[in-house]
Design a protein around this ligand. Structure first.
Ligand SMILES: Cc1cc2nc3c(=O)[nH]c(=O)nc-3n(C[C@H](O)[C@H](O)[C@H](O)COP(=O)(O)OP(=O)(O)OC[C@H]3O[C@@H](n4cnc5c(N)ncnc54)[C@H](O)[C@@H]3O)c2cc1C
Length: 378
């Protein structure tokens, strides 16, 4: 594998850096990570429109729907945005989960209706999968859809739904057949303002409120709300989860920028001793390995979204986020807790705890790798 940038990739990077140097970043825009809070939406939306106008939106979507950027171009983009401390898009769930899933499973009518508003940031999506009794074991979900007048009526509860409080649509998994565990699940694209949907925000330990409980009480869904096949929701879910793991794996690519800042901090504070340098080099090496693993897996042919090897990316990337945040805490010492300039690092530290849970916990990734990649005995 050639690790140097090709002339085309170098040209892509130069074009991006030139655009970033010239663009006026909307007032109030901050690097909110993959999910904005409700307060981030206005600035995030203006940012998404600038990305569209600049040709930087929907890079991971295949043409003709999106830009069809190569894995290396996507990584160059992720690194540049991390260095500039800017969000990669308005909303990860809308752009990296809903959009690609509608491209893969949607009817031409659904693609025409939904894709452009997602790309432009006009409409936001949430992922209504997890339930109080179905997280790691998602196929245990009990939200039920009972047939009614050519459609269904849905009743149940979802939890940890990122962005549900401002989303226009939800990717909903519900049980259309109680007798079949996996084949009894159907995926629906449901407008969040349908009668019977109640959203209750949950406050997180980092003080922000990004995810929610969602209650569905006899909600009407129509035949043309089905995404994929009736009873084919598990395939859609696997594809969503695979994409989620692949893209969450890409988060670590941005950690190189955080590590460069931590090194600068240690040098300024005179604490860049041998112990720091060894810890820093270990993290740096890990981020580089993740970066190349991401390139390698994405460069493989076939449907990489459902490839169990994506669990390597998710597992190592989420744990690397926590290790880098801890290195920042160790570097800042007491200033990490008390220092006025340390809010960003405190937030990174607290938010990184969700990384090993969202999109499937580390234990579940290890189970997948043991079972489906290493074929270890049970
Ligand atoms: C920041 C964040 C955002 C999220 N956003 C969304 C969202 O938008 N939409 C959505 O639907 N969900 C979302 N989730 C929910 C997430 O998908 C679930 O939290 C996750 O799948 C784990 O499920 P659970 O919380 O029910 O834990 P459980 O499944 O109850 O697990 C509890 C513990 O048991 C362990 N465990 C469970 N089963 C096994 C096993 N077989 N082997 C070994 N250990 C096991 C787990 O690793 C964990 O440590 C989000 C979560 C977070 C943290």
């Amino acid at each position: 594998m050639d690790l140097e940038l090709t002339p085309e990739e170098q040209a892509f990077r130069d074009r991006l850096e030139a655009w970033l140097a010239s663009v006026t970043v909307p007032e109030g825009l901050r690097d909110y990570g993959s999910t904005p809070t409700a307060d981030d939406i206005a600035a995030g939306r203006r940012w998404q429109r600038l990305l569209v106008d600049g040709g930087w939106a929907a890079l991971s979507w295949p043409t003709p729907h999106g830009a069809g950027a190569s894995p290396s171009e996507q990584a160059i983009y992720a690194e540049a945005m991390a260095r500039a401390r800017l969000p990669r898009q308005l909303s990860f769930v809308s752009m990296e989960l809903a959009g690609p899933i509608i491209i893969a499973f949607g009817t031409p009518e659904q693609q025409k209706r939904f894709l452009e508003p997602i790309r432009r940031g006009d409409e936001l999506w949430c992922q209504l999968f997890s339930e109080p009794g179905a997280g790691s074991d998602l196929a245990a979900l009990t939200t039920r859809a009972l047939p009614s007048d050519g459609g269904w009526r849905v009743t149940g509860q979802k939890v940890w739904t990122s962005g549900a409080h401002y989303s226009d649509h939800g990717l909903l998994l519900a049980r259309t057949d109680r007798d079949s565990r996996h084949r009894g699940i159907t995926c629906f694209a449901v407008p969040m303002d349908r009668a019977g949907i109640t959203v209750a925000p949950i406050r997180q330990m980092d003080g922000e409120s990004k995810f929610n409980e969602v209650f569905l009480d006899d909600v009407e869904v129509h035949a043309d709300d089905v995404l994929g096949e009736v009873g084919g929701g598990w395939q859609v879910a696997l594809s969503v989860l695979g994409r989620e793991r692949r893209m969450l794996g890409a988060v670590a690519i941005g950690l190189g920028a955080a590590l460069a800042e931590i090194r600068q901090l240690a040098e300024q504070r005179g604490t860049a001793d041998a112990v720091f340098r060894a810890a820093w080099a270990r993290q740096w090496g890990q981020v580089q390995l993740l970066r190349w693993t991401w390139f390698r897996l994405l460069s493989d042919r076939g449907d990489t979204a459902t490839d169990p090897r994506m669990s390597v990316l998710k597992l190592v990337s989420s744990e690397a986020q926590q290790q880098v945040a801890r290195l920042a805490a160790d570097t800042l010492g007491a200033d990490f807790v008390l220092g006025p300039g340390a809010e960003r690092w405190r937030h990174l530290f607290l938010a990184s705890h969700g990384a090993t849970i969202a999109g499937g916990t580390s234990e579940i990734q290890r189970n997948i790798l043991a079972d489906r990649v290493l074929a270890l005995p049970r």
